[in-house]
Ligand binder design. Structure first.
Ligand code: GP9
Ligand code: MN
Length: 634
């Protein structure tokens, strides 16, 4: 009798509302998501809705009310289980589940033993919506009638669902531009597109790379290997091993471009400390050195340094291929007895570092949890560089030696905000607030680097180390060309833009006494072979596309991820060929041979990554494991 008194679709509406509200409560109670403003709160509130509407909405296609109700209960149970699994995973790893993690059994080694201890009775809450639906069906007897739903109603329902999805994506794009194309952080993804959509997105990304991987059988390596071997550069005998056995400290200098070096801004020196290094007897300063990153920005530069391969053209390889086999610089140094680690005061899932560092055989990641961030010690994106360096050196002091520590700075990041006490020079005076603040922020980073050198000396770590520093990528994009042209006093043509991709690169070898400025055209892809040779580690068998910058065979040819390139004589940018010395546009014919090689080399790098080809390569012997490959994929 009572069954009739409930309107049609009551159970569907109830399920939608219950799952939606529960998800929103779980966001707040189970995950530590920093919500900074009302907009983010609104996005968080609406983000589960589109997926919930969609998945429950499928029930509108079922005619039989029993089947329909059963479907709704099952869906609510699966969604609850997924959310609950994430909550339990988060208790251990402060991170959301990503598909590769489910296949990395090592993670579950940790999880298995203590999982039972962290499952509580109160976890029943995660299934509240399932309970509500079942109760409504059984005791309140809310059922569904056999009424046939008009296609027009169904259509309207799914149009509404799509509209909510687009509203969600639109708001997220305003809040976090390029979130999906760059996919920099799982926490940010969940915060913006919601936990359910996040899993779909993850599934899409992972299956895309999985499919490409499955199609590769290793035979592609023959050609790639021939290319790598024929372009190999012998180490420079004088330089090989000059820093053997020393600690290796690599500093990724956030958003630092070369145009500020040995330059001033309205009479203020921007980088006094780095300028002094350009004249220093123990420092090699490379003034024609380019970043080669793509959308993955900092993480791409890390990828270049560790692998001497190009990052990908679309998306961040740290996200898309963290399940691959790599032979990283860390792996080589582990074998030399180094303690390899990365220090960076950000949350560990940013750029998927926690996953990727495992693939790169990095022994430890000192993420934000390894640091004490006192009141006043954070600005902009997080911990300020000066306290970061100070605490990092204290941590280094405790490390087994020799160590390889890669430190990633954070303060000089867009939007370049600084506390007043850290503004050591006035802002610039252009129409770009970004560029105006950039100089001040770079000046702060320069100061921080000076304190790092002092701290290392004070702690007795300086003399037995080699310090390598590089700018990770540009800080001032082409959107600020007008202000840049005011500062540089020239028009920013595509040629100038390409040359603005120069980032400073320093190799500081205490007490070596042979420092100089090196004008050789080189790029981030060359960092790894250069460092390994300085440490006396052979790379003749490595599958790398860069070359030692000290080698007599190093070629002055830097490829950009966008297909452009620079040689000592030419610049190819925006499909035009320029004379590197004058900036004059010249006939494309002069660039053609290099255009072809650019396509070829980027193609080989992409093949290695997309096909996960290093799983078919034995680094020790230099053998291609193709027979084995054929057995696997007949
Ligand atoms: C984040 C930091 C900055 O951890 O490395 O990343 P970016 O936005 O420069 O790629
Ligand atoms: Mn960066």
């Amino acid at each position: 009798m009572r069954k009739k008194s409930w309107p049609t679709h009551s159970i569907l509406v109830l399920a939608i509302v219950a799952t939606w509200i529960k998800t929103y409560i779980v966001y707040h109670t189970s995950f530590d998501m920093k919500i900074e403003n009302i907009m983010q709160q609104v996005i968080l509130f609406i983000n589960p809705l589109s997926f919930i509407l969609f998945i429950y909405g499928i029930s509108l296609f079922f005619k039989n009310p029993k089947v329909k109700n059963r479907y709704i209960v099952i869906v609510s149970f699966i969604l609850s289980a997924v959310l609950y699994a994430n909550a339990v995973f988060y208790r251990f790893f402060t991170d959301f589940i990503t598909l590769p993690v489910l296949f990395q059994t090592s993670n579950f080694g940790d999880l298995g033993t203590s999982a039972a201890e962290s499952i509580y009775w109160s976890d029943i809450f995660y299934f509240t919506d399932v309970a509500i639906i079942i109760i409504a069906l059984k005791w309140l007897k809310i059922g569904e009638t056999t009424s046939v739903i008009k296609p027009a109603v169904r259509r309207a329902y799914f149009v509404l669902t799509a509209a909510i999805l687009f509203l969600n994506l639109g708001l997220s794009e305003i809040e976090r531009p390029q979130l999906l194309t760059r996919s920099f952080d799982r926490e940010m993804l969940v915060k913006n597109i919601g936990s359910y959509n996040y899993h779909l997105y993850d599934l899409y990304i992972q299956s895309k790379s999985h499919a490409q991987r499955a199609l590769a059988d290793g035979s592609e390596l023959v050609e790639v290997n021939n290319y790598v071997r024929s372009n190999q550069a012998e180490p420079n005998e004088e330089m090989f091993g000059v820093a053997k056995g020393r600690n290796l400290i690599v500093i990724s200098m956030e958003s630092l471009q070369n145009f500020v070096i040995n330059n001033d801004m309205n009479g203020h020196e921007v980088t006094p400390f780095l300028n002094s290094l350009t004249q220093d007897k123990d420092t090699y300063y490379f003034s024609n050195f380019y970043h080669q990153t793509g959308l993955g920005k900092t993480s791409d530069s890390e990828f270049l340094v560790e692998n001497s391969l190009y990052p990908l053209g679309g998306g961040a390889v740290f996200f898309t291929h963290s399940g691959n086999k790599f032979h990283s610089m860390s792996e080589s140094l582990n074998e030399q007895g180094y303690f390899t680690n990365v220090m960076h005061p950000n949350n560990k899932s940013f750029w998927n570092r926690d996953m990727m560092y495992q693939a790169l055989s990095i022994q430890k990641y000192y993420d934000v949890n390894s640091y004490v961030v006192n009141e006043g010690d954070a600005v902009n994106w997080g911990m300020k560089d000066i306290p970061f360096f100070e605490q990092s050196v204290s941590l280094m002091k405790e490390m087994p030696q020799p160590f390889y520590s890669r430190l990633i700075t954070l303060t000089n990041h867009y939007p370049f905000d600084l506390d007043e006490e850290d503004q050591l020079i006035p802002p610039y005076d252009s129409n770009s607030r970004t560029l105006n603040k950039y100089f001040q922020s770079v000046r702060y980073m320069d100061e921080a680097l000076k304190t790092l050198f002092d701290d290392l000396k004070e702690q007795g770590l300086y003399d037995n180390s080699i310090i390598v520093m590089y700018g990770d990528h540009y800080g001032i994009s082409e959107n600020h060309n007008k202000a840049m042209s005011q500062y540089l006093g020239k028009e920013i043509t595509p040629y100038e833009s390409a040359k603005l991709q120069r980032v400073p690169f320093f190799i500081h070898i205490p007490n070596s006494g042979k420092g100089e400025e090196i004008t050789e055209t080189a790029g981030q892809i060359d960092i790894r072979p250069t460092i390994l040779h300085l440490l006396g580690v052979e790379t003749a068998k490595d599958m790398q596309l860069g070359a030692d910058v000290f080698s007599n065979e190093h070629e002055e040819f830097v490829i950009f991820r966008n297909g452009g390139f620079v040689t000592d004589k030419l610049v190819f940018a925006n499909n035009a060929c320029y004379d590197n010395a004058t900036g004059e546009e010249i006939d494309i014919e002069s660039c053609q041979p290099y255009i072809d090689r650019t396509t070829q080399e980027l193609g080989y790098s992409d093949q290695i990554i997309n096909g996960d080809l290093l799983r078919f390569y034995d680094l020790k012997t230099g053998n291609l494991l193709i027979d084995q490959a054929e057995k696997k994929n007949p």
